[in-house]
Design a protein around this ligand. Structure first.
Ligand code: C2E
Ligand code: CA
Ligand code: CA
Length: 761
């Protein structure tokens, strides 16, 4: 339904909404005005309405009952707000605007109307005060004055409401800002405390220097770092006096430069606080300029002592070996890099000494890890004691150490130091009532002669070390380029031997063992020969290194066992009384396990009694990780009837314990003692001692490498049981064994003239 709108409807509505009165609770005062108006005008209805977009909402009324207003189309107020004048209708039925109004035609049948527009500002009518009567009526004198009075009261009420609203808003605003302020100040306080706390915890403080006034100021943190009570006026002289003079000059120089150039800087400086404690300080300096000159310098002072110490500790842990506290491989590489680069510039020599302890694994395996650790620590201590501060001793891991001699006066000095190290290491060392040895072997390389980069130097030192070890250990060997070839040829040899194995080029030869009492052959030792297609028959001096190769030695051992048992079976079939055959077994063959089973199975396959077989081992197989396996294997063999012979006795440990721990039936006196028997009283004494040792333990003795009758005579005279050597025969092919046996003259072997009895190959 249509209704007229005032010209300023939008403005009017804005004012109304701004007043925020529509939804607010009805005011008692306005109800009172309505009651008063009814009485004063003597009418049944009076109301105060506000006109919004579509309704005339009664803010207060008297006579209308519970209603909250009427629609704008039917409202008299709609017309009242169109002008600033009072709207007076004496009889609605004669007014075309109202004659058909539902409240005129229907109940309450309004006839008389007096309405006054309500405005807080002139012309902006937000509502109306309406007075209705049901009888047509004219205005009485004073009615308009009364109406304007009531209108003013209402407007006052509105104004009051407006003021209240404003006050309320203000209050809310103030409360909000108060709240904000409080939060802000709390935050500020929190930050300050935090800052102070951080200052304390991080041991930092702020400083500031005003260039114009030359005034310095400090935060409490700085005072704390200095160990001074906050409050006193700091001066640059005071600030500087706690730094050692060198640090002071250093800072001063940078500071003056910064004031000139406006370049910020940061320094770490040693510092001695008021209590005399040595600390490390980080000082930063920022500059503020006006575009041309520096106005202000400021920055942070931080005590970084603990931080640095922690960093240092972390670094140390990452770069050192936990057991010996020596630099580790990583740090060693860095130092070697540096040393080599420096040496290149200064053209001097750098020595790389690669040290490997000789029997570390044995100590570790037999005496336990504690003993092993003690040995490593002692070796580290001794090595470190032999070199200068400028040199580095590092542990590469396991029992390998490296000594970097950063500045050699001559290339020969490297070997000289190595000899010195060997001597120091060789000193016996006691650990819990046992005497240990940290004897080592050393490979020496010198830069730039043997290599100009760390990698080559280390690789060549390794080659030299390998040489030192294979040269019998306990020695130092300097790298020689020819060793490189040797290493390569070792690799080639292994490949070549594998091929030889497949082609059946490796065959056992047999060297007889003769009784010193009656000259009879009591058995043979199987010794490996290589029928080289071009070079002829080769002995272990040409390929023996392969016995040290764990994989190859197993393959060779396997083949030898098969061939030897086949040869024995053939001899037995020919009724050749060969006695026994001794085979040499390397430690890898034991480590592989089931040695006894394999030997016994091979014998069984060839239908040979175990008593026909002797197993020769050197003392070195008793040492190491597989000691228990070795003991069990030997025991099983011994139990089955296989005899055990201890090879090369006297060159290694010559340990009585070994003789008791392992089932040893025979001791073989090493050739080196037999050789010089006639000329070397010491060797002769050793030989006698070994023979007596065997006697007293009920163990037979075999002398190896007997070449002369005089040697044989001496051995016989001293009670040695058997002899083996060129005097009787060299190792010969299996096919010649029966003939040898047949033609053997025992009497000749005992009494014959000097010179070999039989010479084979
Ligand atoms: P070994 O077990 O001590 O063998 C004795 C070595 O002394 C043999 O050298 C033998 O030919 C040599 N010999 C014997 N009588 C005399 C003599 O009167 N004068 C001199 N100068 N030497 C004599 P060979 O055959 O060169 O063997 C060297 C080493 O190679 C052996 O020492 C043994 O350790 C190893 N070997 C040989 N064959 C095998 C094998 O089949 N398996 C294993 N694991 N090792 C073997
Ligand atoms: Ca042997
Ligand atoms: Ca031997």
């Amino acid at each position: 339904m249509d209704f007229p709108l005032p010209d300023n409807e939008a403005e009017r509505l804005a004012e109304l909404h701004a007043l925020d009165i529509l939804r607010s609770a009805s005011a008692e005062a306005l109800d009172g005005v309505c009651v008063l108006a009814r009485q004063m005008f003597d009418v049944p209805y009076a109301c105060i309405g506000l006109v919004n977009e579509d309704r005339h909402i009664f803010k207060a009324n008297s006579g209308w009952g519970d209603t909250d207003g009427t629609s704008r189309a039917h409202s008299f107020g709609t017309w009242t707000i169109l002008s600033s004048e009072t709207l007076f209708i004496p009889d609605t039925r004669t007014d075309p605007r109202f004659a058909s109004n539902i409240y005129v035609t229907g109940p309450p049948h309004i006839r008389f109307y007096l309405g006054s527009p309500l405005a807080l500002r002139p012309g902006v009518n937000i509502g109306s005060l309406c007075i209705f009567g049901c009888e047509p009526r004219e205005l009485r004198p004073g009615d308009l004055a009364l109406l304007s009075h009531l209108t003013r009261i209402i407007i006052d009420q509105f104004r009051l409401h407006q003021a209240n609203q404003r006050a309320k808003r203000e209050l809310e605003h103030r409360r909000a800002s108060q709240c904000l302020l409080e939060t802000q100040s709390r935050e500020l306080w929190r930050r300050q405390t935090l800052l102070a706390q951080t200052e304390r915890m991080a041991r930092v403080g702020g400083w500031e220097y005003d260039v114009a006034s030359a005034r310095l100021s400090w935060s409490d943190g700085v005072f704390r770092i200095y160990g001074l009570t906050p409050g006193l006026e700091p001066t640059t002289a005071l600030a500087q006096s706690y730094f050692p003079s060198e640090a002071r000059q250093h800072f001063q120089k940078r500071f003056e430069a910064a004031l000139r150039t406006a370049e910020p800087f940061e320094l770490e400086l040693p510092f001695i606080n008021a209590q005399g404690h040595h600390r490390l300080i980080r000082k930063t300096c920022e500059l503020e300029t006006d575009g041309a000159r520096v106005l202000r310098a400021f920055g942070i002072l931080q005590d970084i002592t603990e931080q640095k110490e922690a960093e240092q500790r972390m670094w140390h842990m990452a770069n050192h070996d936990a057991l010996t506290d020596l630099p580790n491989r990583g740090l060693m590489r860095e130092k070697l890099d540096l040393a080599v680069r420096r040496a290149r510039r200064a053209s001097h020599n750098v020595g790389v000494l690669l040290v490997d302890l000789d029997h570390f694994k044995d100590v570790n395996d037999t005496l336990g890890h504690d003993a092993g650790d003690a040995l490593l620590v002692e070796a580290a201590r001794r090595l470190s004691g032999c070199v200068d501060d400028a040199d580095t001793v590092a542990r590469l891991g396991g029992d390998e150490f490296i000594v970097l001699l950063s500045r050699l006066t001559s290339p020969a000095e490297g070997m000289a130091v190595a000899q010195q190290l060997l001597a120091v290491l060789a000193q016996p060392f006691s650990y819990r009532r046992s005497t240990l040895s940290c004897q080592g072997s050393i490979g020496v390389t010198v830069a730039p002669i043997h290599g100009s980069d760390p990698l080559t130097l280390l690789k060549n030192a390794d080659i030299a070390l390998y040489r030192a070890k294979s040269a019998g250990r306990g020695v130092a060997v300097e790298y020689d380029p020819r060793m490189q070839q040797a290493t390569e040829s070792r690799i080639q040899l292994a490949a070549r031997i594998r091929l030889a194995l497949r082609h059946g080029e490796l065959v056992p030869y047999y060297q007889p063992k003769v009784s010193l009492t009656n000259g009879e052959i009591v058995g043979f030792e199987a010794l490996m020969r290589w029928h080289h297609p071009r070079r002829g028959v080769l002995g272990p001096q040409d390929f023996g290194e392969v016995f040290d190769d764990p994989q190859l030695s197993i393959e060779i051992g396997e083949q030898l066992l098969g061939q030897a048992t086949r040869d024995m079976a053939r001899w037995a079939a020919m009724n050749c009384p060969f006695g026994h055959v001794a085979i040499n077994v390397s430690s890898a063959e034991f480590s592989r396990g089931h040695l006894a089973e394999r030997v016994l199975a091979a014998l069984a396959a060839a239908r040979l009694a175990p008593e026909l077989m002797v197993v020769e081992v050197t003392e070195s197989v008793f040492l190491g990780r597989s000691m228990e396996t070795v003991r069990q294997s030997l025991q099983a063999l011994s139990h089955a009837g296989v005899k055990i012979s201890l090879d090369d006795f006297g060159t290694g440990y010559a340990s009585l314990t070994h003789l008791k721990q392992f089932p040893v039936d025979r001791i073989k006196i090493d050739r080196s003692f037999v050789q010089d028997l006639e000329h070397d009283a010491d060797d002769a004494a050793i030989v006698r001692a070994v023979i007596h040792l065997g006697r007293s333990l009920g163990i037979e003795t075999v002398a190896e490498g007997v070449e002369t009758r005089a040697q044989a005579a001496y051995l016989r005279a001293n009670g040695c049981d058997f002899a083996q050597g060129f005097l009787y025969a060299r190792a010969l092919p299996a096919s010649r064994v029966p003939a040898l046996m047949e033609g053997w003259c025992a009497a000749d072997a005992v009494h014959g003239s000097d010179g070999p009895l039989v010479v084979a190959v």
